[in-house]
Design a protein around this ligand. Structure first.
Ligand SMILES: N[C@@H](CCC[C@H](N)C(=O)O)C(=O)O
Length: 303
């Protein structure tokens, strides 16, 4: 047993570590709050996170979320209410998760009683907000920051036009729009997103050599004016019911291609998100948050 695993087990065997299970449109998370209480100081390696995230062995989730204190954390510089660290179900740490940002934003706003919260992530500070009407409806808006559109920012392996990336041709999918909203996305516009076999093509695009950090994969078609249907294959998690950053990337891609106006409804398997890409380059995402249950981790998951 390596050091961090032994430490996690020691803590977990003595004290049950509490977690919260939340979701945004069915994209679900195990959330552990390390700011205080039994989880403070808990160290978890990628293998442990993978085990907890496994739906057969552990609690099960698409993403594993840690809420950390801001004290002395360089990523919280500039002023944040908490730090959020995001891991995919495969254990790897990633830069963004739109649905989890709404969930953590709601938790922080519940705590403070205010209508806004600032969350530090490795990709930057994100601002969550809700007015009284949204509070009542259980929805939150997050400013996901600017859309990164240069090939180096995606990143791509070589210079390319991110509006139609040449050389990515897998089955029926080609010429994706590449967008980074804190994490990389390849958005394919197709005639019928329902007809695309994402289980087959998704993993091949996720690991295509064009994307050195791998990529999330979206397929989308227009449903009507400013309304798109989108399905997703998530890097490190596979098909999920919704992907907030995927919806942001798809909206930005559609706007860049001239398919829609600047506010777009994206209909995912789990339901709709509303995305606005402002003239001053902020990507705003609004949608629901929900808590499923609270629990404690069984010590065997930390062993
Ligand atoms: N479900 C998320 C995105 C999670 C991270 C993604 N799979 C990645 O690897 O970048 C969302 O709601 O944005």
């Amino acid at each position: 047993m390596d050091g961090s695993r032994a430490e996690a087990y020691k803590i977990g065997a003595m004290i049950r570590i509490p977690f919260l299970k939340m979701h945004g449109l069915g994209n679900d998370f195990v959330i552990i709050d390390r700011r205080s209480g039994p989880a403070r100081g808990l160290v978890l390696d990628d293998a442990t996170i993978r085990r907890i995230s496994d739906r057969r062995l552990g609690v099960g989730c698409d993403q594993f979320i840690l809420i950390d204190p801001t004290d002395d954390d360089p990523i919280a510089a500039g002023g944040a209410d908490a730090v959020m660290r995001i891991h995919n179900a495969d254990g790897g740490e990633v830069g963004a998760c739109g649905n989890a940002t709404r969930c953590v934003g709601a938790l922080l706003m519940d705590e403070s009683g205010l209508g806004r919260a600032t969350i530090a992530t490795i990709s930057g500070l994100l601002r969550a907000s809700r007015d009284a009407e949204q509070h009542e409806a259980g929805t939150v808006t997050v400013d996901m920051g600017p859309a990164r559109l240069d090939w180096r920012q995606i990143p791509l392996a070589a210079p390319a036009d991110t509006l139609a990336v040449e050389g990515v041709e897998v089955g029926p999918l080609k010429l994706p729009v590449a967008v980074n909203v804190g994490n990389p996305h390849a958005v394919f516009f197709v005639d019928d997103a329902e007809a695309i076999d994402l289980t087959r093509w998704g993993p091949m695009i996720e690991r295509h050599p064009t994307f050195p950090e791998r990529t999330n994969v979206e397929v989308a078609h227009l449903l009507g004016p400013d309304r798109l249907r989108m399905r997703v294959w998530e890097r490190g998690a596979g098909i999920t019911a919704a992907c907030g950053t995927g919806a942001c990337a798809t909206a930005v891609a559609a706007i860049r291609r001239g398919l829609t106006g600047r506010t777009v409804e994206i209909v995912l398997d789990g339901g709709p998100l509303v995305i606005t890409w402002t003239e001053d380059d902020r990507v705003l995402m609004s949608g629901p948050v929900a808590t499923s249950f609270e629990g404690t981790l069984h010590p065997s998951l930390l062993a």
